[in-house]
Design a protein around this ligand. Structure first.
Ligand SMILES: Nc1ncnc2c1ncn2[C@@H]1O[C@H](COP(=O)(O)OP(=O)(O)O)[C@@H](O)[C@H]1O
Ligand SMILES: [Mg+2]
Length: 279
């Protein structure tokens, strides 16, 4: 069972938000979807492997709807409930570039995770977003340290340059030191910022996505590039990185080496790029 811990929130995606005119109406296409990196990874992996999602939503209609929606795609959900559900406004401009306005709501207040919820995890995946607030950082770090001590693989997605900077070098190193990830995912910007912050993912396979350029994978002192088939008809990049993580993890669980798993991840990412919304 793959266990993913982190955010399940409402995404309010605004398409065609290129030039906003201040203090008046701006007609656009606005779509309300299930979001949260952790939930996206869980949903993408559930097509191929048993998956459990752990997180926190608000005690409200939207929270219950998001959980039901996640269960409908085959994910087993274990959620704490309280406060109000988080929401992210995603402004997508005409070039497909995304600007996000983030309010993690209840997700930021994820409390101590019941040990029975992580029991039987044969892989634990954690987006860094979950570490942005102290309460959820403590809950996730404690749970991950327990899984790691048991010898099960833990993967960490560095997720966001803003979150990395907010966390800072000291806290980032403390978290990584405790959860001892066996795989760290990053895009090129996140990898650079993490290095600048002094992150040393010693012992972890380091998987750096570089858009349509080859993925750079470092494992046991060896670095090699894994080619990516360039997608030219990108519809929406939302959730592509999450689809990558799902594809990588499922491949690794089936015995794929880090390079084969990165190739599988890229194939999943490509599929996500060709559809609107997270896969
Ligand atoms: N034009 C492209 N062709 C093929 N793959 C792409 C292209 N652009 C991005 N990707 C892939 O999409 C994924 C994006 O991951 P990431 O950079 O973490 O983005 P995010 O987390 O914002 O979805 C990576 O697997 C990357 O290689
Ligand atoms: Mg990413």
């Amino acid at each position: 069972m793959i266990v993913v811990v982190g955010d399940l929130v409402a995404d309010i995606v605004v398409l065609g938000a290129s030039a906003l005119e201040h203090a008046t109406d701006n007609p656009a296409r606005v779509a309300l979807t299930r979001g949260g990196s952790a939930a996206n990874v869980a949903a993408a992996a559930a097509r191929q492997h048993p998956v459990r999602f752990i997180g926190r939503v608000g005690d409200d209609t939207i929270g219950r709807t998001l959980v039901a929606e996640l269960e409908a795609v085959g994910v087993e959900a274990r959620v704490q409930c309280g406060g109000r559900t988080g929401a992210i406004v995603v402004l997508v401009d005409d070039a497909g570039e995304r600007t996000m306005i983030t309010d993690r709501g209840a997700a930021a207040d994820l409390d101590r995770i019941d040990p029975s919820w992580i029991h039987g995890a044969d892989w634990l995946h954690l987006p860094l977003y979950g570490f942005a607030s102290e309460r959820s950082r403590t809950a996730i770090t404690d749970a991950a340290a327990a899984v790691s001590r048991r010898g099960a693989p833990v993967s960490l997605d560095l997720s966001s340059v803003a979150t990395l900077r907010e966390l800072g070098g000291e806290q980032l190193s403390a978290v990584v030191g405790r959860i001892r990830p066996s795989v760290v995912f990053a895009n090129a910007d996140e990898a650079q910022v993490a290095r600048d912050l002094g992150l040393d993912p010693a012992g972890a396979d380091f998987v750096v996505k570089r858009g349509a350029d080859p993925v750079r994978v470092t494992s046991q002192g060896r670095t090699a590039e894994v080619p990516v088939t360039r997608v030219t008809d990108v519809v929406d990049s939302t959730g592509a990185g999450d689809a990558f993580a799902a594809g990588y993890i499922v491949s690794a669980l089936r015995g794929g080496d880090p390079w084969a798993s990165a190739a599988a991840g890229s194939r999943h990412a490509a599929a996500a790029l060709r559809v609107a919304g997270a896969l």
